[in-house]
Ligand binder design. Structure first.
Ligand code: AQP
Length: 338
């Protein structure tokens, strides 16, 4: 008699992007670009983290519109909604419910050390709310809810992921193996794309327009922004992030977009001016974004299709999330459900 072979369970990937502004080239290179590559070998869950976005004050109509746009961007970047679960965080109540429980397993001292909190508190001094402080706990809940094995993120999220692992290990230490301990997946090149105007700072979607390339910028705008990118005055094309952050950033962008290794780019461009470096970088960016932009335009015209995907996937995500949540609620001693 032939043995029944069960299909092997694939490891789980979870990641999310905030609909907190126009997505940047940094979001693309550090996160989005890697998402579709992973979807054949992993069970992938890609969330539109609108609950995280309200840690900074948002215009409600803009936030709602951006959630839909992000769904279109996810799919336009190559995610297949039949293979990857794409949904809005606020449609799955388990995120908030688990976050509350994990809040009770996270120390103030740990949250006080988070550099993103310090940066964002400085940026939004008029609204340093508790949500901004406990953001990493919600992020831990997002990840742990799905028994995630790996989290593809930019290097700026590494500290949050380490906290997530610590909290999960602490919880498991008390109640047994409830949570899978997730590993970060951080690309070697491009895990921190820097601002075009202040290349010692991360490129961020909530910064002024001229500091980033937006995923949906047209070719002329991309050329103009990159042409104006801050470099330095010594005129040498060399990779040296500490002393030449602007030039190194452009080299990283090109390399991450598949133009070759940093060393080969430096060799190729040796002796040329920054004008050539910027033209080459703009060419790479325009070529990399063109297919995504074309696909995006088609998708965003069909809101019914996008809404259908979000609704359908939220049902699956709720089902999966509740499996972990019920286990956790039982472990901590919440009242039995009839
Ligand atoms: N500059 C970057 N370089 C590489 N990766 C980046 N990421 C963000 N900026 C860069 C990665 O993109 C994913 C989604 O980020 P997010 O939307 O959750 O929030 P964020 O990290 O706070 O990104 P922003 O653009 O800076 O948003 P705002 O301005 O709203 O705070 C993450 O995997 C992140 O690592």
């Amino acid at each position: 008699m032939s043995e029944i072979v069960k299909p092997e369970k694939k490891p789980i990937i979870f990641s999310g992007i905030q609909p907190s502004g126009t997505l940047t080239l940094g979001n693309y290179i550090g996160a989005l670009k890697n998402f579709s590559v992973l979807q054949d070998d992993y069970d992938c869950i890609y969330c539109i983290v609108d609950m995280h976005a309200i840690t900074v004050r948002q215009n409600p109509a803009d936030l709602r519109r951006r959630c839909m746009e992000l769904a279109a961007i996810y799919i336009a970047s190559g995610l297949d909604p039949k293979k990857s679960l794409i949904y809005c965080q606020s449609h799955v109540t388990g995120h908030a419910e688990l976050a509350w429980i994990l809040n009770c397993f996270t120390y103030m001292g740990e949250l006080n050390r988070m550099t993103q909190y310090k940066d964002k508190a400085a940026k939004h001094a008029d609204n340093i709310n508790a949500g901004l402080f406990t953001y990493p706990v919600l992020m831990a809940a997002d990840i742990l809810l799905f028994q995630t094995n790996m989290v593809p993120v930019g290097v700026d999220q590494k500290q949050h992921l380490e906290l997530c692992r610590d909290v999960a290990q602490r919880f498991n230490g008390v109640y047994g193996d409830v949570f899978t301990i997730p590993e970060p997946y951080i690309a070697k090149v491009g895990s921190k794309i820097m601002s075009l105007q202040e290349p010692t700072r991360k490129m961020s979607k909530s910064d002024p327009e001229d500091t980033f390339v937006a995923l949906l910028d047209d070719p002329d705008t991309i050329r103009r922004k990159i042409k104006r990118a801050v470099t330095d005055s010594d005129g040498e094309i060399r990779f040296d992030p500490e002393n030449k952050p602007g030039v190194s950033n452009l080299l990283s962008i090109m390399s991450a977009l598949g133009a070759g290794s940093i060393d080969s780019l430096v060799a190729e461009l040796a002796g040329q001016g920054y004008g050539t470096l910027k033209t080459r970088t703009a060419d790479c960016v325009i070529a990399a974004l063109e297919p995504l932009q074309t696909e995006y335009k088609k998708l965003i015209a069909d809101k019914g299709y996008l809404q259908g995907i979000l609704d359908e996937n939220a049902k699956t995500a709720n089902y999966l999330a509740n499996k972990t949540l019920r286990k956790v609620q039982k472990k901590v001693g919440f009242a039995t459900r009839g």
